[in-house]
Write a protein that binds this ligand. Structure first.
Ligand code: 3HC
Ligand code: NAI
Length: 653
């Protein structure tokens, strides 16, 4: 088998080229190839060496598929030591994304040039890791402590220009990268520029309190995660210890992270997220329909956010509302959201204005005659939805994709209201829709393959993580929420308080405890949904008596100022003795003797409730695979990514 790394002399410059699609990850053969090439360069006629990559990117990191398996020589830190020790000057030539071990490779080179379009960074923290091949030691020597902590703990890449500003890139080049990099190397030799090894550089002056401050802020920002704190310790070691000792600290901390269940969970999600876009029985080259314009029906909570998601990706949106007044209200919420993003520094004024200008509105359905896709987001009323789909059937052009954002309703029944059920699909966004990453794509019985394939690709374009679900009440995510909610109600009756349940789940890692979530969503929603059911469909009264009593007492959740908690004007929840009385009365009604319940029992029973329903969803073929369920819970329901999702967690137990 030929090596993915080639080496050839171009004049006085030896060019090492990596070609390991898709992202030039540093698998064993690449590491071996790099080692062989840098070794060969030591004794040939080259005066300098360029490391460059073929394809779409510079090395995007270690090969994550090798993690958790026995280490294979050469080990990356050792390879990078060899590169840094080279007696010939080494230049890294960066395009695409130099990430993790890829950027560490570049930092082991003596100089770095990059195309302006390139990005560099350390995404390891998102995998529950820290850079393990000198990244925490070399970065501060060029960029200083503050910039390094920000770069490595955030995991967010920066542009080549930003990297140059903080000393991580030496030169921005344009045109053909190989030509420019070889010329840069030749220029360095001609100028007699000395070899510059990171290990010989000292870390610029810093204030020691920065480490304490960072630890404190990370304890809040990255609650419960081990890697961010370890990154601070590794950078501190770089700033206070000799290079080799700092490297040893980094190695120990890296191995600790690598062997942690947190990193295993996060690596699982990295692949699960990518796997979720594969649809069984659908080939990669299934044709796609063009989607260059979209209609959104309903400008309420969801419609506004959905419109923004498309506008943010440059897709023009026509929003339809029931009246001019409702339309203006919808558009002004969008306006306010964009203004907020500008104020928080998330979006430039120009970009916000450009996005905002892409959303126009109408009260006339005929404005949808030419759009490529429509997303319906009106009230959760099946008859209204069917009526609207019949109307869409009448006005939309042939081939337009007709999508519903329903949370629970039968997508097949909605599709049957049209004469083109093959064009109908569910696109279940999560609130706030312009922020939450999950999109459940509901495949109806008759949904055409090209519609499904188009929507999955479109999801990526609007920066969502899409998971396919079959049709059932609540699809994957909301269906699992039901037994979870029922178990919460039982725990209350049996002796737990709302505060204890929320605290137990939040300490375990959930972004928000279940009772705070119920209060946020509104207790009246479940109440009304249940009241619409026949008596024998309402289920076990123990699973709703407490909530219903609260609703009947006017406690609808945050929107009415009280629910399971009382809320002040800043929406801060406080325990309320009235709620305890309601719970105690319900327990007495059912003859339940309340007892001490441990936090462990709370967590175990609630997660088990999710997992049991997840198993049924798998058995019924509603979800394609167990990892899809994990993706739904991580991106849609605030499940801690470091636990890998409910199904992965259950497997680990
Ligand atoms: N190892 C193995 N496979 C990888 C990989 C990696 N580091 N990065 C990406 N891939 C695979 C993906 O699984 C995917 O495979 P598939 O087509 O079979 O599903 C394929 O490459 C393409 O990836 P994407 O779909 O993500 O492609 P994009 O173009 O959207 O994004 C990217 C490209 C920005 C490079 C993105 O893939 C990415 O962020 N990769 C991860 C980068 C990373 O985390 N690097 C650090 C690794 S840890 C490390 O280096 C430790 C070191 O410090 C010792
Ligand atoms: P909402 O009540 O905030 O907004 C609905 C909007 O639809 C209103 O502005 C209303 O004027 C408009 N509308 C009603 N009939 C219309 C018609 N015939 N033509 C045009 N516009 C019409 O409701 P929300 O919360 O945005 O929910 C919309 C849909 O999204 C529902 O199906 C809901 O189940 C679903 N959903 C809601 C989520 C949430 O967290 N709120 C999350 C995911 C899905």
């Amino acid at each position: 088998m030929s090596s993915p790394v080639s080496y050839e002399l171009q004049g006085k410059v030896g060019v090492i080229s990596v070609d390991n699609p898709p992202v030039n990850a540093l698998s064993q053969v690449v590491r071996q190839g790099l080692l062989d090439a840098i070794t060969a360069a030591q004794s040939d006629a080259s005066e300098a060496v360029v490391i460059i990559c073929e394809g779409r990117t510079f090395i995007a990191g270690a090969d994550i598929t090798e993690f958790g398996k026995p280490l294979q020589s050469p080990w990356l830190p050792e390879l990078l030591d060899e590169i840094e020790a080279s007696s010939k000057l080494v230049v890294a030539a960066i395009h695409g994304t130099a990430l993790g071990g890829g950027f560490e490779t570049a930092l082991a080179a003596h100089y770095r040039c990059a195309l302006a379009s390139a990005k560099v960074g350390f995404p390891e923290v998102k995998l529950g890791l820290l850079p393990g091949a000198g990244g925490t030691q070399r970065t501060p020597r060029f960029a200083g402590v503050g910039a390094s902590l920000e770069l490595i703990t955030s995991g967010a890449p920066i542009t080549a220009g930003q990297a140059k500003q903080i000393g991580l890139i030496d030169k921005i080049v344009d045109g053909n990268l190989r030509t420019a990099a070889v010329a840069f190397a030749a220029e360095l030799i001609a100028d007699g520029t000395p070899i510059r090894r990171s290990r010989d550089q000292s870390v610029p002056e810093f204030d020691h309190s920065i480490f304490t401050d960072y630890r404190a802020s990370l304890a809040k920002r990255a609650r419960g995660q081990v890697a961010p704190g370890h990154i601070v310790s590794a950078v501190e070691a770089a700033a206070t210890l000799p290079f080799e000792e700092g490297m040893a600290v980094e190695r120990d901390l890296f191995m600790e992270c690598m062997n942690s269940p947190q990193s295993a969970g996060m690596r699982h999600i990295f692949f699960a997220e990518r796997q979720a876009s594969r649809i069984e029985g659908l080939s990669k080259d299934t044709p796609r329909r063009p989607v260059e314009s979209v209609g959104v029906i309903g400008g309420g909570t969801m419609g506004g956010g959905i419109a923004m998601s498309f506008a943010n990706a440059g897709i023009p949106v026509t929003m339809i509302e029931i009246s001019d007044e409702a339309l203006q209200r919808g558009l002004s919420i969008i306006e306010r959201n964009y203004a907020g993003s500008v104020k928080r520094g998330k979006l430039s004024e120009e970009k916000a204005a450009a996005c905002r200008a892409l959303v126009t509105g109408s009260t006339d359905y005929s404005a949808l005659a030419d759009v490529d896709m429509v997303v319906e987001a009106v009230f959760e009323d099946p008859d209204l939805k069917k009526k609207i789909f019949a109307q869409l059937d009448a006005v939309c052009k042939p081939g337009a994709i007709l999508a519903t954002n329903t949370s629970y309703q039968d997508v097949d029944a909605i599709a049957a209201a049209t004469g083109r059920p093959e064009d109908v699909v569910g696109t279940h966004f999560f609130s706030p829709a312009h922020i939450m990453k999950l999109l459940e794509v509901v495949r109806g019985e008759k949904t055409a393959d090209d519609v499904l394939s188009t929507v999955m690709a479109l999801a990526k374009k609007i920066r969502k993580v899409a998971v396919v679900s079959g049709v059932c009440y609540g699809f994957i995510g909301n269906r699992m929420l039901r037994p979870y909610g029922n178990t919460v109600q039982l725990l209350l009756l049996e002796g737990a308080s709302p505060q204890q349940i929320d605290a137990a789940m939040e300490t375990w890692g959930m972004a928000m405890g279940p009772l705070r979530v119920f209060d946020l969503a509104g207790l009246d929603i479940g109440y009304s949904a249940r009241k619409a059911l026949a008596d024998d469909e309402e289920g076990d009264p123990r699973t709703y008596r407490v909530s219903d009593s609260l609703v009947e007492a006017g406690r609808l959740g945050q929107k009415s100022g009280s629910g399971f908690y009382s809320y002040d004007e800043k929406r801060q929840p406080a325990a309320d003795p009235v709620v305890d009385e309601v719970i105690e009365a319900a327990a007495a009604e059912f003859g339940i003797e309340r007892r001490e319940i441990s936090d462990d029992e709370i967590v175990d029973r609630l997660i088990a409730a999710l997992v049991d329903e997840g198993r049924k969803i798998l058995d019924e073929g509603i979800a394609q695979r167990s990892s899809d369920i994990d993706v739904v819970y991580i991106y849609g329901y605030g499940f801690p990514v470091s636990r890998g999702g409910p199904m992965f967690y259950a497997d680990q137990q």
